[in-house]
Ligand binder design. Sequence first.
Ligand code: FAD
Ligand code: NAI
Length: 475
Amino acid sequence: MSKQFDVVVIGGGPGGYVAAIRAAQLGMQVACIDEWKNAAGGPALGGTCTNVGCIPSKALLQSSEHFEHANLHFADHGISTGKVTMDVAKMIARKDTVVKQNNDGIQYLFKKNKVTFFHGRGSFVKAADGGYEIKVAGKDEESITGKQIIVATGSNARALPGVPFDEDKILSNDGALRLGAAPKKLALIGAGVIGLEMGSVWRRLGTEVTVLEGMDKFLPAIDEQIAKEAKKSFDKQGLKIELGVKVGDIKADKKGVQISYTNAKGEAQQLDVDRLIVSIGRVANTIGLNPEAVGLALDERGAIVVDENCKTNLPGVWAVGDVVRGPMLAHKAEEEGVAVAERIAGQHGHVNFATIPWVIYTSPEIAWVGRTEQQLKADGVAYKAGTFPFLANGRARALGDTTGMVKFLADATTDEILGVHMVGPMVSELISEAVVAMEFKASSEDIARICHAHPSLSEATKEAALAVDKRTLNF
Ligand code: FAD
Ligand code: NAI
């Protein structure tokens, strides 16, 4: 007889592993199946985020930023270093250590919370025993049943048609995070989040980077004023971003990659580089899940169809994270995982899509929550705007990083905060205050009246809130 669980979670990324822990905390018997393998073939819990996404990219961004600071900014502080060199192999090894710490951390959390872990591929077999039979293929060959199933199988990098990833010359995020040396010339296709983050890493290490973007606008989804400010910084740093291109033939050989494209003026161009990273978005992953066996509905893009509560078309089957609609973000996946576990337990789990923050970890960092100025205009909402530049913030001056600004958008009548947009130092941390404020339906005056520590970057948040009412104190 197969092992029986209250909940079986398929996928151990941020959506899946967090759902498993929360369900176990709520007193359920939980299994989590994940197929990711580390270099030695062992389990590597944490999914894309931990293995080839959020965590390793931030490790490389940190290392390369230290390198850039040592090269360009230490002298301003009176520190002389002599020639600064970067050992790329060591940087990558450090990144691998950080990844492993996170992998091991999740295994520990599973033990602590009594989640049974299966290393292998989970696939639907049939509806059975008031639930579903799931086959686990891999090191742990098993057949298990779950009364409730949570699918959290994530996403994969989208390839250009006819240009498969070889992870040597033509790289997805996976290969991009394991380059053994800084290439002389690197191209990225797609100036989205990965294009900007990975482009920044390798540019800082001395690579000549060109980012080719199909849209004629830079980061069209973010607030235009913030996008403009960010683009100015990237241009100054030498990150070459070409907008409005149409990519044509791509050929790879031993020497490198040859890319033909048409630029925004319609002129034919040829770009020869050592490596190419394709970062044109990601696609929902249901490879090997066997959704057909139980009639689990997918949409035309291959994502699992869910309602606002992450319920699929099948009773007792839920899906969360990158494999369903919505932004492909680790914290969105986690929130959905927790909410589903709580709903299964009869509680009222909820996810507020209107207050999910976004962060791009470049330098300057870009962060936002809520609606942009262009969205408010399109929605016909009367609003007031307030901005405050880091140039006028004492802590930013002391840090030596005064790029960027904080921008508030508030309802013209009620003053409720509708969006907060930031570009500048450490805004990945500052954005949390805006998220809390929006969750509590705060007004810009609420933030303006709160005492913020001095000197701190967060004073720019308070000042931007004051700016909504045209009464900044330091600008
Ligand atoms: P995943 O993390 O993809 O996990 C799915 C897991 O399921 C994987 O381990 C997979 O092996 C396993 N699996 C799939 N099918 C099966 C099966 N049939 N049986 C068993 N196991 C299976 N987001 C952020 O919020 N912040 C960031 O800074 C950030 N940086 C990123 C950087 C990069 C380079 C990339 C590529 C992504 C980044 N993301 C970031 C996005 C983030 O990684 C994803 O949104 C997040 O990992 C989605 O979580 P998930 O649990 O839905 O899926
Ligand atoms: P993306 O959606 O952020 O950007 C893709 C870019 O490629 C877009 O600007 C698009 O216009 C462009 N594009 C698409 N097809 C093209 C083509 N044929 N030619 C030229 N340009 C083309 O996707 P990306 O960067 O691949 O990242 C995938 C997802 O991973 C992100 O959307 C995000 O959800 C997640 N992620 C999050 C991070 C974070 O939170 N800091 C970091 C990295 C990834």
